[in-house]
Design a protein around this ligand. Sequence first.
Ligand code: SF4
Length: 109
Amino acid sequence: MANQLPDPVTFLDRSCRGVDQDFFFPSTAEQKREVRAFCGGCPRLAECADWAIPQVLAGLLTESYVAGVQMPPLSARSKTPRQQLRHNVAVELAQVADAARGAQMEGAA
Ligand code: SF4
C-alpha cells in the first residue's frame, strides 16, 4: 500500500533541510546521540515518525536514522526475523510520534 502521508522532505521547516545525509548514518555512539537529539528538536518529528512507519514495515527504510530512530539493518546480521525487526522499529517510531505530539500539546497549553 502506498504511503499517503507527506514525505518529510516536503516540510520546509524540518530541521534536516540542507543537512548532509551522511549525518543520518552515524557510526559512533556519540554520533548516534547527536542524531537522536537533533531529530528530537525538529518541529516535524511527529509527522516524520508517522510517515516512516509504513515505510519501514514495507522494507523501504534501512540502515539510516529517521525521526531519531535507527532503521533495521539491510543485511541479516541479527537472528531476529527481518519482519520482527521492522515491527520493532515501527513500534519505536509510534512511541516517538506520540511523545512528540504530547510535547506539542504541552507547549500549546
Ligand atoms: S525528525 Fe529528523 S529526519 Fe525527520 S524531518 Fe525532522 S530532522 Fe529530518
